[in-house]
Ligand binder design. Structure first.
Ligand code: NDP
Length: 304
C-alpha cells in the first residue's frame, strides 16, 4: 500500500489497487494529508475487528473533491473521512446530512450506502469523549472557553451547547465572527439555569486582559485555532494567566508539545492535546461505518 494516493490513482483504481488484499474501501481525503494519523488508527481498528478492508490517505486538491467522491463511490468505497480543506465544501456534495453536520456546516465523515453520500460531523462528539476520557468529567458540569470560531471551534461549541455545559465563552481574533457564533448558539442556552453575575454565553475579544478577566469563572480552556501547529507559535494564553484549577485542551497536536500545553503544565493545570480528539472522532466514525463499538484500545495503542 502506498503512503498516499492521488486523484490519478483513483482514476486508474483497477490497475492501482486490483491486487490489494484486503481491498482499500475507506480513506481520508485532505490537502495536505501525509501527516494524518487516521490511516494507522483506522487500520489498527479494522485489523482488530477482523474486518477485511483497508483505509488509505488520499492527497486531493479542493478542485478535485467532487470527482474524487464520485470515483470513490464507483469503486465501492464504504466510507471516507474529510480533513482540511474539504469539510465545508463537502456539505453541498452530500445526499443527506446528520444534525451536527448541518448545524456546524462541515462534514468530516461520509458513509456511502447504496450509492448515496451521508455526511456526518464527529469532531464535537470526539471532543466530548476526549474530555470525559482525559478529565473524567462531563461537559454539562463545565464552564468552557473556546479559542477560535472556525470549523473545529463550531463543532466544539455546538457540542458543549448540546451537552448543556454550564457556561460557554467564545474568544476569536475576528470578534464579529465570535458574536455570530454566539447568536447561533443562543437558542440552546435559553433555559432555567442561572449562573450569578456572569453571562452563560458570551463572545469576548482576543485580548489578554479580557481573557484573564474570564478565568475565575471557567473550568476548561480549549484551543481550536491552528496556533501551535508551527513549533515557534506562541501560546494563545500565557502561563502566568493560567491556574492549577483549570483544565486545558489543545486541539492541535504535532511532533512535540505545543506552547499552550507547556504553559498549562508550567501553571500546574491539567492538560490534554488533540490526539485524543482525533482518536475519539475516529472511533465515532468507525461506529457510523460499521454500526458496532470501535476497538478503542487497539486504536489508542497506535498513538503511543
Ligand atoms: P479554520 O480555518 O476553520 O478556523 C481557524 C480559527 O483559528 C479561526 O477562528 C481563526 O480566527 C483562528 N486563527 C487562525 N490563525 C490564528 C492566529 N494566528 N491567532 C489567533 N487565531 C487564529 O480551522 P479549523 O477550525 O478547521 O481548525 C483549527 C485547528 O483545529 C486546526 O489547525 C487543527 O489543529 C485543529 N483540529 C484538530 C482536530 C483533532 O481531531 N484534534 C480536528 C479538527 C481541527 P479568525 O476568525 O480571526 O481568522
Amino acid at each position: 500500500m502506498k503512503s498516499v494516493y492521488t486523484l490519478q490513482d483513483l482514476q486508474n483504481w483497477r490497475e492501482v489497487a486490483d491486487d490489494m488484499d484486503p481491498p482499500i474501501q475507506l480513506g481520508v481525503f485532505g490537502d495536505p494529508v501525509a501527516h494524518s494519523l487516521s490511516p494507522q488508527i483506522q487500520n489498527a481498528a479494522l485489523k482488530h475487528a477482523k474486518i477485511d478492508v483497508q483505509y488509505a490517505g488520499f492527497q486531493i486538491r479542493p478542485d478535485e473533491l467532487r470527482e474524487a467522491l464520485q470515483l470513490a463511490r464507483e469503486q465501492r468505497f464504504s466510507g471516507l473521512n474529510l480533513t482540511i480543506p474539504h469539510k465545508i465544501a463537502a456539505v453541498d456534495l452530500m445526499d443527506s446530512l446528520d444534525e451536527p453536520a448541518k448545524k456546524i456546516g462541515a462534514v468530516n465523515t461520509v458513509r456511502i450506502t447504496s450509492g448515496a453520500f451521508e455526511g456526518f460531523n464527529t469532531d464535537g462528539e470526539g471532543f466530548g469523549r476526549a474530555i470525559r476520557d482525559n478529565f473524567a468529567i462531563d461537559l454539562r458540569d463545565l464552564r468552557v472557553l473556546v479559542l477560535g470560531a472556525g470549523g473545529a471551534a463550531r463543532a466544539i461549541a455546538f457540542h458543549c451547547a448540546w451537552e448543556r455545559c454550564e457556561r460557554l465563552v467564545i474568544v476569536n481574533r475576528d470578534l464579529k465572527r465570535a458574536k455570530r457564533l454566539v447568536e447561533e448558539l443562543r437558542p440552546d442556552f435559553i433555559g432555567p439555569r442561572v449562573l450569578g453575575p456572569v453571562a452563560r454565553l458570551e463572545a469576548v475579544p482576543w485580548d489578554e486582559g479580557a481573557i484573564r478577566f474570564q478565568l475565575a469563572n471557567l473550568d476548561l480552556i480549549v484551543n481550536a485555532t491552528p496556533l501551535g501547529l508551527q513549533p515557534r507559535d506562541p501560546s494563545p494564553i500565557a502561563a502566568r494567566a493560567l491556574a492549577p484549577h483549570l483544565m486545558v485542551f489543545d486541539t492541535v497536536y504535532g511532533m512535540g508539545k505545543t506552547a499552550l500545553v507547556r504553559a498549562a503544565e508550567e501553571a500546574g493545570a491539567r492538560v490534554a492535546d488533540g490526539r485524543l480528539m482525533l482518536l475519539h472522532q475516529g472511533a465515532a466514525a468507525f461506529e457510523i461505518w460499521f454500526d458496532r463499538p470501535a476497538p478503542l484500545a487497539a486504536m489508542r495503542d497506535t498513538l503511543k
